[in-house]
Design a protein around this ligand. Sequence first.
Ligand code: NI
Ligand code: MN
Length: 228
Amino acid sequence: MAILTFIGHSTFTLQTDDGTRLVIDPFLADNPVTEVTAEDLDADFILLTHGHHDHVADAIPLARRTGATIIASYEIGSYMEQQHGFSVSPQHIGGGVNYPFGYVKMTPALHGGKLDLPGGEKFTTVPGGFLINLSGGQRFYHAGDTGLSIDMQLLKGKVDVAVLPIGDRFTMGPKDAVTAVEFIEPSVVIPCHYDTWPPIEQDATAFVAAVGDRADVEVMEPGAVFEF
Ligand code: NI
Ligand code: MN
């Protein structure tokens, strides 16, 4: 079983069948919905969908402490390597890489590309998401921050568990997320990127009702665990 833990906002940890520990979009110290810090997490790989503060804020202390390899776009990878000397595995939209724990492909996201880290200005990039085919057979998708896109139809039938933002304002809102579920047809959908702050408050119960029988919706509170 893969063990997915929702830390809060868009931050997840995923422990794979073989015990590899992934951390996706570490946003901890400034994250109002969690007490977890970079001191608390173990990581073999840190995956960064894009460079906004609420996705990369704790990547540097976490990578420094754990020695984890950072998987991110070429530009964010270059920043982490050149500015901090971290181990990186750069990728880009549409490209995949085989890791011991599975195959990771970067997917497109409609969003902003600024890298919100000290000295990060010239490493601005395009944002993405991750489609992860775990060695155990499970297929996991973290959309990152994105609006609804027709490109999501390319994921149809390729995802078991989909993490989708529903906060509106900066990403898809609940209504568009339902359309994304129609496009992707995952077995399970997990909403994220909502209720962190007032501007992105949403009614998760209403989202569950709106998805209906299209997929099972796992509404995870910060700290919740989902195994698949
Ligand atoms: Ni963002
Ligand atoms: Mn965000």
